[in-house]
Design a protein around this ligand. Structure first.
Ligand code: ADP
Ligand code: MG
Length: 238
């Protein structure tokens, strides 16, 4: 059970209040997509959930538990970024299970998780390769593999496909949808690509200046946008 709940969360950097009093429930196992203009606070929101930033006030719960003061490593979350730094001198396998090795997980469990991640991401035939021998999409899959082996309850994605070309983005979109079906995790996904948002989301959260403009299913937002802002954001072509 990994519902994510933000209760009256405010985040200020000095005098700049980036997120004023935001409350949001992300249902367990949903694919929730955050959209909104650049600078509206999407990455900050993910970083607050991950514990990479602490809220100025308010409460963050994961699976009902108050994690507001909890270390990132104890939250059962994993974050995938737009720029993914793989270790160039290590094989795909070592890149994927590196985190498990440093946590001293027993070899048997580590190998089981590596094999499972490789299967889910169709990387079985690439485990011995170096990152330089992979395509951009394969590299991004390796980065996602690093998250999968940690068995997170919640995946956070911050524009993970924005460095890929259009064809790869389309392919990865399909793979992300399959990933969501094959593992029982809650996914919170930031994108500025409305096709990604409309095709992947159970629930779309439209943000503007640190506030939520509207939450709903893709069809809700498309059919009954609550404001011109939402209509413009959902309806406008890229
Ligand atoms: P988005 O991901 O939606 O583009 P961000 O969450 O990155 O937006 O940023 C929201 C606002 O917070 C921006 O005005 C940004 O400059 C500011 N901001 C983000 N991180 C910091 C920080 N560490 N210190 C000061 N300001 C920050
Ligand atoms: Mg951002």
């Amino acid at each position: 059970m990994a519902e994510v709940r933000l209760e009256n969360v405010t985040k200020a950097f000095g005098k700049l209040t980036v997120i004023p009093d935001l409350s949001l429930t992300v249902p367990d196992r949903s694919f929730t997509v955050l959209v909104g203009p650049s600078g509206c606070g999407k990455s900050t929101l993910l970083r607050l959930i991950a514990g990479l930033e602490r809220p100025t006030s308010g409460t963050i719960r994961i699976g009902g538990e108050d994690v507001t003061g909890e270390e990132p490593s104890k939250r059962g979350i994993s974050m995938v970024f737009q720029s993914y730094a793989l270790y160039p001198h290590m094989s795909v396998a070592r890149n994927i299970d590196f985190g498990l090795r440093i946590s001293k997980m027993p070899a048997e469990e580590r190998e089981k998780r590596l094999a499972e991640a490789a299967r889910i991401l169709s990387l079985e035939d690439f485990l011995d390769r170096k990152p330089s021998e992979l395509s951009g999409g394969q590299r991004q899959r390796v980065a996602i593999g690093r998250s999968i082996v940690r068995n997170p309850k919640v995946f956070l994605f911050d524009e993970p496909l924005s460095n890929l070309d259009a064809a790869l983005r389309t392919q990865m979109r399909v793979e992300l949808a399959e990933l969501h079906h094959s593992i029982d995790s809650t996914m919170i996904y930031v994108t500025h690509d409305q096709v990604e948002a409309m095709t992947l989301a159970d629930q779309i959260v439209v943000m503007n200046k640190g506030r939520i403009e509207q939450i709903g299913s893709p069809m809700d937002l498309y059919d009954t946008p609550a404001s011109l802002f939402v209509a413009g954001f959902i309806g406008s072509p890229r």
